[in-house]
Design a protein around this ligand. Structure first.
Ligand SMILES: C[S@@+](CC[C@H](N)C(=O)[O-])C[C@H]1O[C@@H](n2cnc3c(N)ncnc32)[C@H](O)[C@@H]1O
Length: 197
């Protein structure tokens, strides 16, 4: 599988997080390697092919969503890779700013990997308005570049001000480019990180 965007770690991370979180309405901004890992996670849940999760987690998740699990996956990319198509994903070949402004739907799992971080502050605002309680947003390539670092610092200040979400950044120091990602979780009625129904 072609991976020209340094997304090998974030891909596995998305796969594992979907196995645990079982989101219902997924949005990806920036198609590629990661799109395949998102759909593979869903396929493995649907086929109950999750024996590689540890015993305790697997038992808990059995009671979550397995049979009948059929989330929607929207993917927005204004220049999709040539001949790119992934089963069960609805693609929108459009600028994300235009696309998100037209949306009324809500999402519970959003992955953003586009535009080198320049628009992350604006996009966070727009996505957060459409994010369910306990919903997750992951931004690829954050603290490793100027725009992304600025975004992360601003978000840390926002947490102090409004206490609406939690965030954590993962660094991949062995890489030269796109060597970090930051995960946000909107606060809601459930504990912020939990397993089970
Ligand atoms: C870094 S690549 C995505 C890599 C992919 N996630 C992977 O793992 O291979 C970024 C993609 O975002 C798209 N993109 C950049 N800016 C965009 C925007 N404003 N709206 C929609 N798509 C955009 C580009 O066309 C490109 O395909």
């Amino acid at each position: 599988m072609n991976n020209e965007y340094n997304s090998e770690n974030i891909s596995s991370f998305l796969y594992s997080l979907i196995l645990v979180e079982r989101p219902d309405r997924i949005l990806e901004v920036g198609a590629g390697h990661t799109t395949h890992f998102i759909t593979k996670a869903i396929e493995d849940i649907q086929n109950q092919n999750t024996d590689h999760i540890d015993e305790v987690t697997r038992t808990e998740l059995f009671y979550k969503k397995t049979k009948g699990y059929n989330p929607t996956i929207d993917c927005v990319d204004y220049k999709l890779p040539k001949n790119f198509s992934v089963k069960n994903v609805t693609f929108y070949e459009e600028d994300f700013d235009n696309w998100i402004d037209k949306q009324n739907k809500k999402f519970d799992f959003v992955f953003v990997d586009a535009d080198g971080g320049q628009k992350y502050i604006d996009w966070f605002e727009k996505i957060f308005k459409r994010l369910d309680d306990n919903g997750i947003i992951i931004f690829h390539s954050t603290t490793n570049c100027l725009w992304g670092s600025h975004f992360v610092l601003k978000m840390k200040c926002d947490i102090r001000m409004n206490n609406e979400f939690e965030m954590i950044t993962f660094n991949e120091p062995h890489k030269k480019e796109q060597s970090s990602f930051t995960v946000f979780k909107r606060k809601g009625p459930k504990p912020i990180w939990h397993i089970g129904a």
